[in-house]
Design a protein around this ligand. Structure first.
Ligand code: NAD
Ligand code: DAU
Length: 374
């Protein structure tokens, strides 16, 4: 029996991970700690909370009393930290919040875990920890910076963050490694490429494009659309984290990615074409359109695309070399992009209530500020 603390479990990847764990393992208990920021939504794990193996605590990862109270109540074995401010554009507007949550929050979790997991000291003064405990930091490929036209990020690529978001995630990674070296805390860091799939907040490229099409809005592409991201279906990321948590070598970093590089403009064009095709094949999907003026959906075409001012310091290309996790843990991505993108778009067409729930309120204000009338 394993006791998990999953922070950020009401967000995109965290919630998918909770669902994955509940499906995959029977003998587990999970506590989700989440502050339910604009990006967190309890509705995402509402049905899962009916399962007696899952419980929820609302709180901030920077709050040491809240984190300690969870360790007081149950013997946490695995702490998986997803909680973070995760959107690059927001980090450009408000960097300080990113440093608070992503760096200080991580340090607070490490400190609390260290305190509750320590059972004694060895002859050199290093803490000794309870058998089977581990802290796993969910990091990102963005800590490696930006690539040119060739090459891949490996675990030994020098850290070179370029946005406030990636700098804060790098700071977090460094403090995780500091706890590993200085206190011998059992840790792993995973660095994944761009995820896509269900429950993705519509401020991020793929769900934003889907949402804008359904609302009949323009589709903002930053710069010339040539930037490249390496897309992975979220469930494949969850599978990798589960493997690293259970079998990863202590103190190691694992890159996660599925060799699936795409230019932004191609992602946007594919999303347009796929929505139109799905609606043509199944006209019931047209109900997801916000103003379905007529049956004619010929307006869903590339003319919706608008090239807008580029993101400041926009990283050109990310590409992960996942050889280490494949070699050591036998991980490989199961979902081909061509299938995953269709699955994802279908999910959005069929789950407009979820979209409505998360885009009411703060999102409208954010969208106005960020994109104006474009
Ligand atoms: P998300 O923004 O969808 O979710 C973040 C969650 O953390 C939300 O539920 C939010 O309420 C919670 N949270 C934020 N600040 C908190 C705080 N101070 N205390 C407690 N809870 C807080 O993010 P995501 O896309 O699911 O990303 C999860 C993690 O994975 C992040 O650490 C991110 O850096 C990393 N990551 C994301 C991707 C990606 O493509 N989305 C890729 C690689 C790594
Ligand atoms: O690589 C992993 C990272 O992927 C994670 O660490 C981050 O948490 C996650 O948000 C994501 O970061 P990106 O900046 O790559 O994702 P985003 O969806 O914001 O943007 C993807 C690309 O699309 C990027 O090149 C910017 C571009 N873009 C984005 C938006 C929102 C547009 O062209 N138009 C848009 O409206």
């Amino acid at each position: 029996m394993k006791n998990y603390l999953v922070t950020g479990g009401a967000g995109f990847i965290g919630a998918n991970f909770v669902k994955y764990l509940l499906k995959k393992h029977s003998d587990i208990q999970i506590v989700v700690l989440d502050d339910l920021t604009y990006a967190g939504n309890l509705g995402t794990i509402k049905d899962d909370l009916a399962d007696p193996r899952l419980s929820f605590v609302k709180g901030n990862i920077t709050d040491s009393a809240v984190v300690a109270s969870i360790f007081e109540k149950q013997p946490i074995d695995l702490l998986i930290n997803f909680a973070a401010e995760s959107h690059v554009d927001r980090s450009i507007e408000n960097p300080q919040l990113f440093l608070q949550t992503n760096i200080l929050g991580t340090q607070n979790l490490l400190d609390t875990a260290k305190k509750y997991w320590t059972t004694g000291k060895d002859e050199n003064g290093y803490p000794i920890y309870r058998e089977g405990v581990k802290y796993l930091q969910v990091s990102t490929d963005e800590v490696y910076g930006s690539l040119g036209e060739t090459g891949y990020f490996t675990e030994t690529t020098p850290l070179d963050p370029r946005s406030p978001y990636s700098a804060s995630k790098t700071g977090a990674d460094l403090i995780v490694m500091a706890y590993s070296e200085t206190y011998k805390l059992p840790v792993n860091i995973t660095r994944c490429s761009n995820n896509y799939g269900p429950y993705h907040f519509p401020e991020k490229l793929i769900p934003l494009i889907i949402n804008n099409i359904l609302e009949g809005k323009k589709l903002p592409v930053y710069g010339d659309g040539s930037n490249v991201r390496d897309w992975l279906y979220v469930e494949d990321h969850c599978k990798a984290i589960d493997l690293v948590a259970l079998n990863g070598r202590t103190g190691e970093v694992y890159n996660i990615g599925g060799h699936n590089e795409k230019r932004n403009i191609d992602i946007v064009r594919l999303t347009i074409a796929t929505i139109r095709r799905l609606m043509e094949e199944n006209p019931a999907y047209k109900k997801a359109l916000k103003s379905p003026s007529s049956d004619d959906i010929s307006w869903i075409n590339d003319n919706l695309i608008t090239f807008v001012k580029d993101r400041l310091g926009h990283d050109q290309r990310y590409a992960i070399d996942p050889a280490k996790i494949t070699r050591e843990l036998g991980w490989y991505p199961e979902t081909r992009f061509e299938d995953g993108i269709v699955k994802t778009i279908r999910w959005y067409l069929e789950n407009q209530d979820w979209v409505k729930e998360v885009t009411s309120g703060e999102y409208q204000h954010y969208y106005e500020e960020m994109y104006g009338n474009r």
